[in-house]
Design a protein. Sequence first.
Length: 460
Amino acid sequence: MAVTVQMQFESVVTEIYQDAFVGSSIENGTTIIQFDLRQHNFHQVLGTQAQLCWRKESYHVDVHELSTFHNPILYRFILAQGSSLDDQKQRIDFTPAIEGVSTSQPMRHSVIRLSCYLAVVCGVSLRHIALLFAALFLIPISKSSIKRWIDDIGSHLPPPEEMLRHLLAIAPATECHIDGYYPLGTDHCVMVVKDEHDRILMTHEAASENGDDARQFLQQLKGLGLTVTAAFSDYSQSFTEAIKAVFPHARFQADHFHTVKNIWGHLKKSLLSYRRQIKATGAATNDEQLLGFAKQLWKLRWSLLKKPANLSVEEKQAIAELASGDAGFVHSFRSIIRQLVHIFAHAHSEAHAKLRLQQLRKDIRALGDHHLEKIPQFFDDHWEQALRYLRKKGMGKPRRGSNSESGMRLLRRLEKNHDGIRSAATRQHYIQIYQAMKYLSLDVADFIEKGPQVAELPDV
């Protein structure tokens, strides 16, 4: 037996058009809330007291509402062409505008806003967003529609230079974190600049990651008001030379992420090389114990490469059991990782860090592993850049996820998880919407409806 339950429903739309509400009904499993806009107070909207006339021919516009009710909700707006007479008795025609919804796309602004947030900020693919709306809210949306919303909004948002001006007005930036990546299917490099507030300030697509392109990009940022006292990048000579040329007085610190990445690569190669030796020896001598040990090395390889502080109790116990059956490599390998952690995280001065490095050299030399021997060599080549924070105050403590790298990862995530980024223009739209929603708290749905009329960002 079907049961009908009546309940009160309120939204922005019902609040705006409460004087135009004419009833509700259920049609084909969809709740229809009807508004006859000819009953709305258009005298106040139009600023006139003249009599309003309406054409007999009317039409309606259906707009989807974001709802978790059992039945999807549609707003049905009954419209007609209207007219009035001005002071000179001249006829003025008008078409009622519908507030709070997008008439170019039959959706409430909340639907467009949520779609953009899921796509740009959360990194959900367009296809998955369409599935979520269909399954959770019973709203039929295609991924091409979401793509059009994003491109329409992005094309009407202020240009990157204007967005940067507002970002700097909200919170001035003195740090420049720069990195670059190559999008899938292209040879072009996208350079990313973030600040100490973890904000993407601007991106720039260039033919390559060479010094001239990087220098021109940084010069553009400087001309837009970015004052840099501390700069961070990887060990790319293109970026380091560009930073020195544009911001000659800025202190340079190599990103801790790239430093750790280089060292971690040598540690990984050493561990896997040792494991291959154990496995090969076990296979040659048919030694089941060695083969079992090689299997455990492979199983625990990621745990063996972790910082001691990041190991769980179970991982610590498993490594201790592994070391008890080993000739000493596992114990020495873990000792080297602990010394590296002390150099970066616990050294209180450059002299202290160099003492730790001396001990690290001795332990690595004792192991005789050519992969590990590259670690002291790396320090010799990059000590000035990698550990500048020990000599200069204000360079910040080293952290695993650097600002510039996280900005690059954001672009990679958007590109990899999305089936909507197919051009440099769309990528730029994603970045602009990300800035607008994440940093400026703008209602991007306004830009798809008002377009160029939203000429100014909110005062900052």
